[in-house]
Each structure stands twice: as C-alpha cells, then as structure tokens.
Design a protein around this ligand. Sequence first.
Ligand code: PLP
Length: 413
Amino acid sequence: MTIPLTREDCAARDAADPLAPFRDEFVLPDGVIYLDGNSLGALPRATPARVARLVEHEWGQRLIASWNEAGWWDKPRTLGALLAPLLGAEADEVVVGDGTSVNLFKTVAAALWLRPDRRVVVAEAGNFPTDGYIAQGVVDLVDGASLRMVDVDDPAALAAALEPGDVAVVLLSHVDYRTGILRDMAAVTEMVHAHGALVVWDVCHSVGAVPLALAQTGVDFAVGCTYKYLNAGPGAPAFTYVARRHHERVRQPISGWHGHARPFDFAPEYEPAAGASRFLSGSQSLIAAAALEASLELWQRVDLAQVREKSLALTDLFVAVTAEAGLECVTPAEHERRGSQVALRHPDGYPIVQALIARGVVGDFRSPDILRFGFAPLYLRYVDVYDAARALVEVVTSGEWQDPRFAQRAQVT
Ligand SMILES: *Cc1c(COP(=O)(O)O)cnc(C)c1O
C-alpha cells in the first residue's frame, strides 16, 4: 500500500481502518498524541470498573470466599489461557505472575538445569539491562556457570558463541527496545537448537504488536510484560511460556507453594504442579490481575494480523514524514526486520523529546542518543501519526528544542 503523505490521505485511511473502533475503548487525554504505548500502554475504559468490582465486591463483600467463587486461585492459569492465543501457544503453556525480571530468572535457571552438561549462558549485548543483570545473577549462583555476551544481530557472532558446544541457553529479545529491530525468531531458534542449546525469548516489545507463534516455532521458553502494548497498567503482572515438551522434566528455582501439585495438602516436600503452573511461586496482586483481565478481554476481539499491518503502515508514515527533519533512522526499513516502533538518532535527543512533549506529542528518550516512538495500532490514528511527525519536523527545524528548560533531566526519561 502507498504511504499517505497528506493529512487528507491519512484521514481517508482512518475512515477505512478496520481497527478504528477500538480507539473509543481507551481513555486518551485531550491534546496528547501518545507514542509511548511501548513503555506504558493506555488505559482501557473497561478497566476501572473491573478493578472496582474486585475491590468492592469480590474483596469487600465476599472476602476469602472469592478464592474459589471469583476464581482467584486459578487466575494465573485463566489469564494465561487468555494470553495464549496472542503468543501462539496452548493454554497450559502459559502462566501469569511476578514480573519479567523474576520470570527471566526462573526460565534461565530452568534451562541451565535442563542442560546439566553445559554451563554457558549466552545473552544479548545491548539488551534491556535487566535481562543481562538477571543472567549474571543466575550464573553467579550456579557452580561453574558463566555468561557470554554476544551481538545477536550478527549471525556470525551468534554462531561463533554457540560453536564450542558448551552453551546451555541463549537469552535474547524478539524486538530490540532501543532500535526497534525485529529478530527472526524461527531462524535464531533453529540455529540455537542445532547447537544443542535452549532459547529464552523476551517478547516484551512484540506481544500485542507482532503476531507470535511460539509453539509452532519450537521456542523453549518466553517471558514478557503486559503493561506495554497489552495495556494492563503500571507494574502489571508478567507471563511465562513453557513449551509443553519440557513440562515433565523442567524445574525452576523459586519453588513456592503456588507451583506445588497439591498446595492445600500443605505437604512438607515440594512436588511441582503439572504444566506451566510449576513456574508459579507465591501470592500475587489480584487487583493488578483484574486490570490485566479487562485488557485481555478486549484483546480477544483483536485480529493481530490487522494490528501488524497497521503498525507497519504507521511506522512507514512516521519515517516518511519525519525524513524532512534529517535525523538518522536507526529502525530498519525492511518490514520483516521492524517491530512497532521508530528510533531516530540525534546527539540532542533528550531536549528534542522534551520539546515535543511540551507540544503534546509523547515519545521517550533512550540513552545515549535515541528518540524512541512506539505505535499502538489500537488507539492511534493515521492523522495522529501525521501530526506527530510534522511536530517533530517543526521542533527540529525551528530549533525550539534549544530552550534551556528542555535540557533538565527528570528521574524517568
Ligand atoms: C520492559 C522490559 C523489561 C521489564 O522488566 P520488568 O521486570 O517488568 O521491570 C524487561 N526486558 C525487556 C526487554 C523489556 O523491554
């Protein structure tokens, strides 16, 4: 499809957009074009009432009865079942709970235990920092284990890291949080398996933006968060995918009572539950789970192929219109290598992003020089993206970002 390059063309695309009705299902502040849904997704309109019902009725009136009556005990599994279609997984392969960082710890350790004759964890240099920090934490705990960092966008470097035959597990992100590069999940998974290793994919920046086929692709483990494209709210629970072929043998180190086969036996010995449930540990916030449930109910009605198509069209549009600003585009032009974001590079990226925010266009800045814009196709219109792109061109070409007030750094960038 051709890229709409006038505001009228964009309005016409919005009128024909099959996803357009979803916009009304979100709370969007007036005067804001939100290009940060890859950091914290917008609030679904259904969420406040769903959370209020949990607090006022399930908790307030029904108290402990809700563990059975409202399905509280099974929430990590029932929410996992709602997530499964978005991941290309079966219901018993996904559980919801804890955060991405904790789930990275559990899955990397689990993979090391599944390959006892191998002690190397390969992790991605340049990944979101928590992934590398957690991998380091795991190898520090396991006798003889070590970490090998590699540039996963260089196939020769990844092959060389796998060559010695000592790698137990490779941990990498499907979409790079900074550059927006989308990795070839099938090809990398196949290469890792050909070398006898297992793979943990971090899908934080692809779930809800790129259709996933974890089971079909042969992925061993995947983790991701639900507060980015899935719109489940700040600090919402994360998820863990465990391929069914590993269910019998796999174990994980945070072996708490929620992952026990018969938790209400209160037995002295740990015995893991069947399926991905053994990746559960302890009690979770049911209030946060209610917000996730409201957003996942919305996602059941979404066609991910339409999301992907619109995401590529919106990113094409943004790249084309902002070209006039003359910033280097770091995100690949090829669709098959692009997630749902655009990263532009400029040494003064921080004040430029602040000047844009002052105009109501919210993106973010990632050190050292990346201006990052995320595109959530459920609530962004083509005209929004056009207006945001024009605003960026004006901010850069007018020099308005040079105002000293835009240089002051806040705690969260
Ligand atoms: C957002 C993100 C995380 C977040 O980890 P939390 O434990 O939820 O803070 C981890 N990894 C990647 C790649 C991310 O993009």
